[in-house]
Structure formats: structure tokens, C-alpha cells
Design a protein around this ligand. Structure first.
Ligand code: SF4
Length: 140
């Protein structure tokens, strides 16, 4: 399973992607399922950026987007389990997909050691996760 924005889907909050050519090459020898938990949860693209504020996902306009994030994460984790995914390769620092770090909830660009909603739920369900930056270091 892979964050859909990493393989070129324009599902980022700003309508862009995080296409990674090295990852695409690496995935040629693997079966990959692209998912975006935020759009799976019903959020539109583009959308206001979100951060986890005291455990609740909020957008930069002060709206609570927690339910959509959790609903989308649950849907994608269900898919991962049904399809017996053995690894999820996830985009760095996202409030959904971040594995090692996320923004601290103040919308000021500061990072903290924590994981996004989707990455945490995958782990809780026994699906191994890897941050794309760590994977690239391993395969280079
Ligand atoms: S939720 Fe994950 S897959 Fe979707 S745009 Fe954000 S980082 Fe990419």
C-alpha cells in the first residue's frame, strides 16, 4: 500500500501531488495499492490544510475535520487488511500519513515526533509502515 500522492495522484490538500520517480521505479517489482485516507474520508481537493490539535484534527480555518480523517483512515486500513498488505509506504509529515513526524498543531511549521491518524491506525492493526524518506535512504 502506498500514499496515493507519492505515485502522482493529485490528492494533496493544495491540489498537487508528491510524485516520487524513485518510488515508482522501486514499485515495478511490487504490487502496490495507492490510497489517500483524506479523500477516502470524503474531503475534497483542494482543501484547507489540517493539523492534529490536542488529539483532534482541525483545519487552518478552525473547523473540526477529525471525523473525516478517522473515517478515511478506517476505510483504508480495512482495505489493507482485506488485501493482506505487508507494508505501507507513506508520505512524510502528513497529519494522516506521517510516520515519524507531524506538524505540532499550531500551523506554524513546527514539527514534533508523532504519527498521523492513518499511520497510527495501520500500526495498531499490525500493518508495518515506513516513511518514504526512510525507504529512499534504504534503496539508494
Ligand atoms: S492523506 Fe496521505 S495520500 Fe492523501 S494527500 Fe495526504 S499524504 Fe498524500
Amino acid at each position: 500500500m502506498v500514499s496515493a500522492c507519492l505515485v502522482g495522484e493529485e490528492c494533496k490538500y493544495n491540489g498537487g501531488d508528491n510524485f516520487c520517480a524513485e518510488l515508482t521505479e522501486f514499485l515495478q517489482n511490487h504490487e502496490a495499492i495507492p490510497v489517500c485516507p483524506e479523500t477516502a474520508g470524503g474531503l475534497s481537493t483542494p482543501r484547507s490544510p489540517c493539523e492534529i490539535v490536542n488529539g483532534i484534527v482541525m483545519n487552518a480555518d478552525g473547523e473540526n475535520t477529525d471525523l473525516a480523517f478517522r473515517r478515511g483512515a478506517e476505510k483504508c486500513v480495512r482495505q489493507a487488511k482485506e488485501q493482506e498488505v505487508d507494508l505501507a509506504i507513506l508520505q512524510s509529515r502528513s497529519p494522516s500519513c506521517g510516520v515519524n513526524q507531524i506538524y505540532d498543531g499550531t500551523f506554524s511549521g513546527r514539527l514534533i515526533k508523532d504519527s498521523g491518524v492513518f499511520a497510527s491506525l495501520l500500526r495498531e492493526n499490525g500493518v508495518p509502515v515506513v516513511d518514504i524518506e526512510d525507504l529512499l535512504r534504504q534503496i539508494r
